[in-house]
Design a protein around this ligand. Structure first.
Ligand code: SAH
Length: 222
């Protein structure tokens, strides 16, 4: 993928971005910090130049290898749910770096972000964009997200941007006390977004919206 030069972000795209923010507000996103960070993050630089003109539509778009950059509403919604938890976002774990758009949003709202991606070639691309945006508080790893990232656990929040059939137990174990896991779960066509909060050895499960994510796939690939 060739990355659009960040200098190309002019007034026009700022207006287009403002319109997207108003749409998110109309759909029920209330957290002003989330809206502000999304207003200031140029989504078009996370995708292929050929699709950049559609970057501020509220829709998921292909990023290659059968994967997608998540719909802005979903990014806003999941981030808002993480921020509404009782834990301050110190350390956050993300599974499914993909384009790194969600990663970049989190990096502006948390102290540190750890992000895992199973497709190796997404990693250098993500590194380049995050460096361009001067977001230095992100650690990336080519790994199987089903296993989490044990060496930096426990996390104040965990977000998963692909859907497993069942919630991976390893991710539950890597939650700090009072921390939230936001994860889509279920078969294609009937996935539910879940918010799971750790209370000691109990995991309190809350069902949120019906959603549509690519599957969380076991193992890694080039
Ligand atoms: N947040 C990303 C979403 C990308 S789509 C964005 O908005 O761009 C989901 C991503 O999860 C894909 O990049 C896919 O390769 C990755 N993924 C799927 N299974 C995974 C696994 N087991 N471990 C880590 N990443 C995984």
């Amino acid at each position: 993928m060739s990355v659009v030069n960040i200098q190309g972000i002019g007034m026009t795209s700022q207006r287009t971005r403002d319109r997207l923010i108003e749409r998110l507000r109309a759909k029920g996103i209330k957290d002003e910090n989330v809206l502000e960070v999304m207003r200031n993050t140029p989504r078009h630089i996370f995708m292929d130049e050929a699709l950049a003109s559609r970057a501020y539509e509220d829709t998921a778009l292909p990023i290659g290898s059968g994967q997608t950059i998540s719909q802005p509403y979903i990014v806003a919604r999941m981030t808002e749910v993480l921020l509404a938890g009782e834990k301050r976002l110190g350390k956050v774990l993300e599974i499914g770096t993909g384009s790194a758009y969600q990663t970049a949003i989190l990096a502006q709202l948390a102290d540190q972000v750890f992000s895992i991606e199973r497709i190796q070639h997404f990693i250098p691309r993500a590194k380049k964009i995050l460096a361009m945006l001067e977001l230095r508080n992100v650690n990336l790893k080519h790994y199987d997200g089903y296993k989490g990232w044990a060496s930096f656990a426990p996390y104040d929040a965990i977000i998963v941007t692909a859907a497993p059939d069942e919630v991976p137990p390893e991710l539950l174990h890597q939650l700090a006390e009072g921390a939230r896991l936001v994860i889509p779960s279920g078969e294609q066509g009937q996935q539910q977004l879940l918010c799971i909060t750790r209370e000691g050895d109990d995991f309190i499960r809350q069902n949120l919206d019906m959603v549509s994510f690519v599957p969380l796939v076991k193992g890694t690939r080039l």
